[in-house]
Design a protein around this ligand. Structure first.
Ligand SMILES: Nc1ncnc2c1ncn2[C@@H]1O[C@H](COP(=O)(O)OP(=O)(O)OP(=O)(O)O)[C@@H](O)[C@H]1O
Ligand code: SF4
Ligand SMILES: [Mg+2]
Length: 344
């Protein structure tokens, strides 16, 4: 495997929210990287810090939130050291984000052409007419039929799936190097989800985009990504090539996630619950944050934080007992469950 320098390196970041009930330790020493052109999956249960990670990278945290420690190195520059103005030129143009709910990201009172051409002419050196042409071309490439006419419509005149396509088109029209797609299809009907995911997959390949795909859906991770970072309680507990992690998980939480996938026959690959609750991140569990739910936990687990252990250049795990555990998933079962493609 050729060793490319990462496009984005998250180095040991801590993001916290200061609330009336206390400090929420949302990200607690998160590190991972994304290589140029690489689709990476970010996976974990609700509340484990996936969205906060995306917002920390783009520095769009709410007022009570702050990344207090660590580095976010993008193309060799620590984004945490940039001024607000410098950061503005990174957002959209360099790193774009697609949010979960397509309705909140489009302004209902402006037509789609205005909302697209405004950002395009702001970030690319083109005039209004050229910006409109780019917008139409992008809408066509995400499968919006009659784009030349429909671009003059208002957001409410489109279905949810179409609105998400518009947002994808708008994000990609700026030619970003990195796309953060945060649960881009959860707000959509199941039938539409597959179509929108297909568009994302196609565009990622066609444009050679690096992508952080945040999702609960392990089938999607298996199909679209080459590498995966598993989050739990504001930490990355396991990372590695997607297929390796899926077949040979090293962390009990990763294994529990896989065991929670309902059978494929029901065509439901979203996560069901793992026994126990996701930790509250105000006064989170000491030591390994998974210990209250882990069937392998011993005394050290509630006392000492497990450090990252590198098992290969891109493969790591944070568990005190990983060496003693055999968590392998039967390959047949796993392929069946998440429909891992042979070429992944
Ligand atoms: N504005 C905020 N104020 C206080 N706590 C917050 C705020 N935003 C997020 N958090 C907390 O940070 C933690 C991580 O939240 P985050 O939204 O990143 O989860 P997530 O992994 O994206 O979950 P989901 O899958 O539900 O989208 C949660 O415990 C959440 O309650
Ligand atoms: S460190 Fe301990 S509690 Fe945490 S996952 Fe490993 S065995 Fe379980
Ligand atoms: Mg989220």
């Amino acid at each position: 495997m050729s060793e490319k320098k990462p496009l984005l390196e998250i180095q040991d970041i801590y993001t916290q929210f200061f609330t009336e009930s206390g400090v929420v330790e949302a990200l607690d020493g998160v590190s991972f990287d994304v290589t140029a052109g690489e689709p990476v999956g970010i996976v974990g249960e609700s509340g484990c810090g996936k969205t906060v990670t995306g917002h920390s990278i783009l520095r769009i945290l709410p007022k009570n939130g702050k990344t207090i420690k660590g580095k976010i190195i993008y193309k060799g520059i620590n984004l945490l050291n940039l001024t607000h103005n410098q950061m503005r030129s990174i957002r959209g143009k360099e790193i774009a984000m697609i949010f979960q709910d397509p309705m909140t990201s489009l302004n209902p009172i402006f037509r789609v052409d205005d909302q697209m051409t405004e950002v395009i002419s702001l970030h690319r050196k083109v005039n209004k007419k050229e910006a409109l042409d780019i917008a139409i071309e992008m809408l066509e490439s995400v499968g919006l039929s009659d784009a030349e006419k429909r671009i003059h419509d208002y957001p409410h005149q489109f279905s949810g799936g179409m609105r998400q396509r518009i947002l994808i088109a708008r994000a990609l029209a700026l030619q970003p190097s990195l796309l953060i797609a945060d649960e881009p299809t959860t707000a959509l009907d199941v039938t539409i989800q597959a179509q929108v995911l297909e568009i994302i997959k196609e565009m990622q390949k066609k444009l050679g985009l690096a992508m952080m795909l945040i999702t609960h859906n392990l089938g999607v991770v298996a199909e679209i990504t080459k590498r995966v970072h598993i989050f739990y309680g504001g930490r990355v507990v396991e990372s590695g090539p997607t297929e390796d992690v899926f077949i040979n998980p090293q962390h009990p939480y990763t294994r529990a996630l896989f065991d929670s996938i309902p059978s494929i026959e029901k065509d439901k690959t979203r996560l069901e619950t793992i026994p126990g609750n996701v930790p509250r991140l105000i006064n989170p569990p000491k030591g390994c944050r998974f210990h209250p739910r882990c069937k392998y936990a011993t005394e050290i687990c509630s006392r000492e934080r497990p450090e990252d252990v590198w098992l290969g250049p891109k493969r790591r795990v944070a568990c005190h007992h990983y060496e003693e555990l055999d968590l392998d998933v039967d390959e047949e079962t796993m392929r069946e469950r998440v429909k891992i493609k042979e070429e992944v």
